[in-house]
Write a protein of this length. Structure first.
Length: 153
């Protein structure tokens, strides 16, 4: 239900539903279950959309901690958590941390996750924009060209 409200841009309702899920879910699932991690990440994304960045950062970090502790470092959920963190850092203009997280996503995808070309192109775009924000235009162009190549093939 939280995802439904998030997609409808009803972030407060999404937060309410996600809080209910976490309250009930932690009674039935282990605290390290991937669904618990996913709920924390979605809660972080909702807070990010509401521009409550500290809460967004805490929830995305919690999701990543669960993923890194109980899943493989190379797992898809870890990549998603790093990307969510990268977007929060981007929004608060902490570009070095955003870039660091986006590069971790890219490394996971290139080495371990079956290729979803669209997602890979989006990651290159994210990295390119971080280089733009830090005035590293050659690196920006290199990454944006990789993204365009993926999207146009």
């Amino acid at each position: 239900m939280g995802h439904f409200y998030f997609e409808k841009v009803e972030y407060e309702m999404a937060l309410n539903m996600l809080a209910k899920f976490l309250n009930i879910g932690t009674q039935w699932l282990s605290p390290n279950h991937s669904e618990i991690s996913h709920a924390h990440q979605n809660t972080g994304k909702a807070y990010r959309s509401l521009k409550v960045y500290l809460n967004a950062l805490m929830r995305c970090t919690k999701a990543l901690q669960i993923d890194l502790k109980y899943l493989l470092l190379t797992h898809f959920y870890a990549a998603k958590a790093y990307r969510a963190l990268g977007h929060v850092y981007y929004d608060v203009k902490n570009y070095p941390m955003a870039l660091k997280n986006f590069q971790k996503v890219l490394n996971i995808y290139l080495k371990n996750v079956p290729m979803d070309k669209t997602y890979l192109g989006t990651i290159y775009k994210d990295i390119g924009m971080e280089f733009y924000n830090t005035n590293k235009y050659d690196n920006m162009l290199k990454n944006l060209r990789k993204a365009l190549k993926i999207f146009w093939i």
